[in-house]
Write a protein that binds this ligand. Structure first.
Ligand code: T5A
Length: 211
């Protein structure tokens, strides 16, 4: 019987290049003979995608920060139960575009909720499951927002003030410094091919058991 699959998450601010890198990550894993599940948060299930609409749309633009955080974790609970855990148990790698580090960054840092309440929800919902590898694409805020703005109209998070993203980025970077064995921070202002090369080298270390 195959072992548990590897759980890989990709994080970073808006426009860091997460979506751009996902195709290259999938191709790399397939080249290693693996059959990855590619998914995203918030989302990844019908309920999760419905919650994503609530979070990113403007129908409830002034939602309370606790309500926002609980919605993120409601989507995550469904995602873990229906997609992530079954795939990992079947021995498949799971690559998730954002996961709980985004909650620490956006709700903990950006909204100012702090880490303790998020830790409580994380331990309830995830029951000890954490990613094996998190790729943090670090990009200066203005550069990321400019890239994202060229691609589509701003969603509810993208129209936040600069200070919101400064707090989110600081939280991401602080977590990467605290957990260097799990979170690999990559300079995402570099050209896309260089960013992807750095990611596949981190993936190689994980799969070869050196990381
Ligand atoms: N959220 C999410 C929370 O608040 N809490 C949570 O717990 C979770 C899980 C989700 C939103 O939800 C929030 C955070 C988010 O605001 P999203 O759509 O998943 O939104 O995330 P976004 O960051 O908005 O996604 P983007 O698509 O904007 O960013 P990406 O995926 O990082 O950027 P990408 O790849 O689309 O690239 C943007 C543009 O830049 C170019 C691309 O071609 C594209 O045009 N680009 C580059 N150009 C030059 N050099 C490079 N290296 C480039 N990489 C990409």
């Amino acid at each position: 019987m195959r072992g548990r699959g590897r759980f890989i998450t990709v994080e970073g601010l808006e426009g860091a290049g997460k979506s751009t890198c996902l195709a290259g990550i999938e191709q790399y894993l397939r080249g290693r003979g693996l059959d990855p599940v590619m998914t995203r948060e918030p989302g990844g299930t019908p309920l999760g995608e419905a919650i994503r609409q609530l979070l990113l749309g403007f129908d409830h633009a002034d939602m309370n920060a606790d309500a926002e955080t609980l919605l993120v974790f409601a989507a995550r609970a469904e995602h873990l139960a229906k997609v992530i855990r079954p795939a990992l148990e079947a021995g498949r790698p799971v690559v998730c575009d954002r996961f709980t580090d985004a909650t620490y960054a956006y709700q903990g840092g950006g909204r100012g909720l702090g880490e303790a309440r998020i830790e409580a929800l994380e331990s309830w919902v995830q029951q000890g499951l954490v990613p094996d590898l998190t790729v943090l694409l670090d990009v200066p805020i203005e550069l990321g927002l400019a890239r994202a703005g060229r691609r589509s109209a701003p969603d509810r998070f993208e129209q936040e003030r600069l200070e919101f993203f400064e707090r989110a980025r600081a939280m991401y970077r602080a977590r990467a410094q605290r957990m260097p064995e799990r979170i690999v921070m990559i300079d995402a202002s570099a050209p896309a091919e260089e960013v992807l090369a750095a990611i596949t080298s981190a993936l190689g270390r994980l799969l070869d058991g050196a990381g």
